[in-house]
Every structure is written in structure tokens, then in C-alpha cells.
Design a protein around this ligand. Structure first.
Ligand code: UT7
Length: 326
């Protein structure tokens, strides 16, 4: 038998304020249009956090919904991992703030920072904690307030990102040890720090003592994305003794519909096998995959027993994939 991290609950939270592309079109200084944003990125709208609404506020709401979905309480949870690049404060971690907001005094909590690949990295960490017996139930959350690090004069970035949070509750379950098991079957993580300048924030504690703004050479990131995403997804599938033909759903990082389409095509899969939320959420960085998983389940797309591959790439560059049977 093999100890696997099995998904037993999902939840998500999107802030109330919805910003349509038309709002950016109405800002003449940006010289952008709904048509450009839609055709180049697939994004139609995104949510922005309210003033004073923080990453840990949204993360706690998503986690509470995942707990309710699982029919469990915080005393059943051993650990909280929050994937975020936009924590409330420099420290303590957003995860410990979520722990307090959930009224949880047991267990341990920490953040993972791998930008848009953060949720994939957090899932890999949670799976390892569970497989090694260090935890029985781990709440894995992706939560971001990227609206707080936008340069509102840079049309190349400010129209692309949004805020939100998604959560998965993982539970240790003894499974037969085959690739037909439920739970996380394999992971593949990669990074290459030589590409720092393609996507970064130009401020931080140690370098500038300020928060900074997001800077991206979008077309350069785009070039790496399709190739690296298809490759990491195939590597993870291979590690599980599976192939793209076995996949029910790709649940990709939601940055750009053209990247999502290109990756599916490279893997030989149809868009009918892809959960797509980019049109409604924009790029929510580490929150995009758990948001898409939770929404995909709500829509009735994702069902028990489905084989899912999640993949993401972002600042670092850091990228990776996780294969999970729902
Ligand atoms: O989540 C982390 C990973 N990030 C990503 O995966 C993002 C990857 N990159 C992308 O999604 C795309 O590169 C973008 C959507 C950011 C841009 O699409 P693109 O097809 O790569 O366009 P581009 O950057 O090559 O720019 C094309 C043109 C430029 O004008 P010129 O130089 O051709 O005259 C830009 O100045 O589009 C212009 N442009 C805009 N025009 C209207 C850039 N942003 C805008 C805008 N509205 N908002």
C-alpha cells in the first residue's frame, strides 16, 4: 500500500469587484482596447480586492469553504501551506494569518513563494509531507492580490492580472500503489534563475525596502511557456507511468488562452479536455490553478476518478506539473 495525498475538499473566493476590459479601454492614457486584451490574452474581466482586503482574508475564506466541502473542521487539519507572492506583510507568513483567521491553534503553517508556479510547488510539498507521514491533512491554498503590485501606467501588464484565492484540502489515504490510485501520483518541479529579468518585481525588503511593481517581458515569457509547460506535464505523466492519452483534464495556470491552447496542442489534447477560467479571472498567479480546480468541480467538469494534470510557469523562471487522480 502507498500513502497518497487525496483531494477531499475544494473551495475558492473571488473579491466582489469585477473589472471588465471596458474599464481599461476607458483610460485613454493606456491606449488599450477590449479587443486587444481579448485577442492577445483571452481575458475579459478580473476581480480586484477591496481596499483593506488582504491575501490572507481571501485565503481564509477559500479554506473555510474547502473545509465545509470536506465536512471537516480545523482540528482535523495538521498544516496550512499558502502559495503567494503577495503576502499581507513581509512577515509573518500569510499562512499563519490564515491559521489565526480560521481559529486554528494546532498544527503548523508556512508560505511557499514560486510566483505563478507557487501552487504546483505547494502541492508537491504537501504531497511530500503526507507521503512521509509528517502530516495527515494539509490545506493547500493559492492566494494573491496582484492588483497591489501593478504599474497602472504599463498597459503590457496592468490589464492581465487579477486577485483571488483557491484551496484544496489533501488527506492521507492508503492506496494500492498503482497509477489507478486516487491522489497525487507524481510531480515535476523546475527552475532556472538565469531568466530573472523576464518577470520580476522591482522592489523588495532587502534590495529596496519597498514593495515595487511587476515588470514583464511578456513575449519572452510566452516563448518559454508553451514548450516548458508541455514538457513538464509530459515528464510528470511519464513518472506516473501515464501519458497524455490518459488525461481527463488539463487544469493549467491561467495566464493566456493562447498559451493554454498551445500547450494542449503540443500534448496532443483537445481544448475539450482543458478547464479554462482565464476569461473571468485574468492571471491570478498562484491562485489560478486552485481557482480553476474549484470552479471546474462546481461546473461539473471535474468528477471523482478523473485524471488531472496541472501545470504552471512564472517568475524565476519557475515551472512544474502535478498529476492527480481526483
Ligand atoms: O503568469 C506568469 C507567466 N506570464 C505569462 O505567461 C504571460 C506571457 N505573455 C503573454 O501572455 C503575452 O506575451 C502578452 C499578452 C503579455 C502580450 O502578447 P504578445 O502577443 O506577446 O504581444 P507583445 O508583447 O509582443 O506586444 C505586441 C504589441 C506591442 O506593440 P508593437 O511594439 O507591436 O507596436 C505592444 O506595445 O502590442 C502592444 N501592447 C498593447 N496594445 C494594446 C502591449 N500591451 C498592450 C495593451 N493594449 N494592453
Amino acid at each position: 500500500m502507498t500513502r497518497r495525498a487525496v483531494v477531499v475538499g475544494t473551495g475558492h473566493y473571488l473579491p466582489e469587484r469585477v473589472v471588465e476590459n471596458a474599464e481599461f479601454e476607458a483610460m485613454p492614457e493606456l491606449e488599450t482596447s477590449d479587443e486587444w486584451i481579448r485577442t492577445r490574452s483571452g481575458i475579459e474581466r478580473r476581480h480586484f480586492a477591496a481596499e483593506g482586503e488582504t491575501t490572507s482574508d481571501m485565503a481564509a475564506k477559500a479554506a473555510a469553504r474547502a473545509l465545509a466541502d470536506a465536512g471537516l473542521t480545523t482540528s482535523d487539519v495538521d498544516a496550512i501551506i499558502v502559495a503567494t507572492s503577495t503576502p499581507d506583510l513581509t512577515f509573518p507568513s500569510a499562512a499563519t494569518m490564515v491559521q489565526a483567521k480560521l481559529g486554528m491553534t494546532n498544527g503548523f503553517a508556512f508560505d511557499v513563494q514560486a510566483v505563478c508556479a507557487g501552487f504546483v510547488y505547494a502541492l508537491a510539498n504537501a504531497s511530500a509531507l503526507i507521503a512521509s507521514g509528517q502530516a495527515n491533512r494539509v490545506m493547500v491554498i493559492g492566494a494573491e492580490t496582484f492588483s497591489r503590485i501593478m504599474d497602472w501606467t504599463d498597459r503590457g501588464t496592468c490589464v492581465l492580472f487579477g486577485d483571488g484565492a483557491g484551496a484544496l484540502l489533501l488527506e492521507a489515504q492508503e492506496q494500492p500503489g498503482a497509477n489507478t490510485d486516487r491522489g497525487i501520483l507524481s510531480t515535476d518541479l523546475n527552475s532556472d534563475g538565469r531568466y530573472k529579468d523576464l518577470l520580476y518585481v522591482d522592489g523588495g525588503v532587502s534590495a529596496t525596502q519597498s514593495t515595487g511593481h511587476l515588470r514583464m517581458q511578456g513575449n519572452q515569457v510566452f516563448r518559454h511557456a508553451v514548450e516548458k509547460l508541455a514538457s513538464t506535464a509530459n515528464t510528470a505523466l511519464d513518472r506516473a507511468g501515464l501519458s497524455a492519452a490518459d488525461v481527463d483534464w488539463i487544469v493549467p495556470h491561467q495566464a493566456n488562452i493562447r498559451i493554454i491552447q498551445g500547450t494542449a496542442k503540443k500534448m496532443g489534447l483537445s481544448m475539450d479536455n482543458v478547464v479554462v477560467t482565464v476569461q473571468d479571472h485574468g492571471n491570478t498567479s498562484a491562485a489560478s490553478i486552485p481557482l480553476a480546480l474549484s470552479v471546474g468541480k462546481e461546473r461539473g467538469q471535474i468528477k471523482d476518478g478523473d485524471l488531472i494534470v496541472t501545470e504552471a510557469i512564472g517568475g524565476g523562471l519557475a515551472w512544474g506539473a502535478v498529476v492527480v487522480r481526483w
